[in-house]
Design a binder for this molecule. Sequence first.
Ligand code: NAD
Length: 260
Amino acid sequence: MLNGKCAIVTGSTSGIGLGIASALAAEGCDIVLNGFGDLAAIEHQRAGLAERHGVRVAYVAADMAKPAEIRALVAAAAERFGGVDILVNNAGIQHVARIVDFPEERWDSVIAINLSAAFHTAKAALPLMIARKWGRIINIASAHGLVASGEKAAYVSAKHGLVGLTKVTAIETANQGITCNAICPGWVLTALVEQQIEARAQALGIPVGQARDDLVREKQPMLDYTTPEKIGALAVFLCGDAASTITGAALSIDGGWVAQ
Ligand code: NAD
């Protein structure tokens, strides 16, 4: 379905980003992987994706906190694959602390990676999409883009901002064959969440399994974690023809979290 298209997925060396990159590759899309990690493991992932799906896969190690590296990432994708058709802004970090204890440099990093990076990638990629009269931008926000929790000031602010940026992008590109939407997941069991589960288990002196169950129960009526594969399938849907008039939307995939 996406043969001949090229997708950049930021933060795709693990978790949700890797799930989305795999789902797009399975549809025939060439992929630019990005993110941190062990270089040998990343090369293994890159080569595996290319071989399994018969697509071209490149890896660009740009730091999403650095605008110049972001511009270089988009330029590298365009040079390697002749354009950028799909942009998935997924890279994200978390820091959990009350505002009075929140380190200023962590605030700056969370805003830079979770929000400003999506502005810089879009600014660089949109001219390429406009030239081809086709494009899909998918911003991975969160239930925390729609509602708040304590101790997540920077994350909640960045994700609410990302939902706003999604709407502006949708309005500005509405008649150019381009859509921009946000996906708002609830709990997804990835490295980012495993860290929070371990911290919770340690703080409360409870087993990790119990902390995992308690975390999801606290926020979601449905007691299942979403998987990266399900988010990948939603991203594929948003790239298809059936979704060509869905734009500016914040799509929840959250076990009922924000329905409450
Ligand atoms: P993860 O920690 O498994 O993956 C994060 C990815 O981002 C990794 O590839 C990491 O290398 C990359 N990354 C981090 N900092 C980067 C930087 N400066 N430059 C480039 N890459 C960087 O996390 P995840 O759970 O898969 O989260 C992915 C996205 O989904 C995030 O934006 C997160 O906020 C969002 N999200 C996650 C959940 C969840 O429950 N896991 C829920 C809602 C939203």
